[in-house]
Design a protein around this ligand. Sequence first.
Ligand code: FES
Length: 197
Amino acid sequence: MVEVNLVGLGAGALLTLTAVALHLSKGTGWTPTTDISQEVLEHRAESVPETEFPEPMNRAIGAGGGGAVPAGGAGEDGAELEGGAESAEEAGPWDLSDDEADTFEIEYAKEGSTVEVKENETVLEAGEDEGWDMPYACRQGQCVSCAGQITSGGNAEDYVVHDDQQMLDDNELGDGYTLTCVAYPKDDFTIETGEAP
Ligand code: FES
């Protein structure tokens, strides 16, 4: 029995030593694989054609080339819109020549005089042409220094065309108030100058 056990122990020890030797030999024999990522990137750079358009990931970022294309289009559209707006702004009696323009009779109540005013001339300019000291400041429809009240009844815009006035609301216009610096006549009327709402 003793002999059998010794043989068994000897065999076990031999196996253990073999396993340890194998383990150590594997650990010391490992070498890293070659890094080919740079090679792959270079190969891809050669094989993928250049494009004018951003790739999907670039688009996802947003502000790059993907934004540039519609931005150009928007610019052109914007230019067109601006042009349209300019055209709309320019369309009005102020564009008419003196020969084309109709003439209307405006009674300046405080000045005690009725004046013939062409439709391409403002109520303010017509008064100044008479030599009157008319109130004004900006001359662009952006204050109320030049305001007056049309007393012929009804809305001021039944009698004048405003060139982009920004100060009077609908109620004030309804009460006959007008900004004389941007008011072009389109009918006969009576006005009290120097009257602000
Ligand atoms: S002067 Fe300013 S609105 Fe006429």
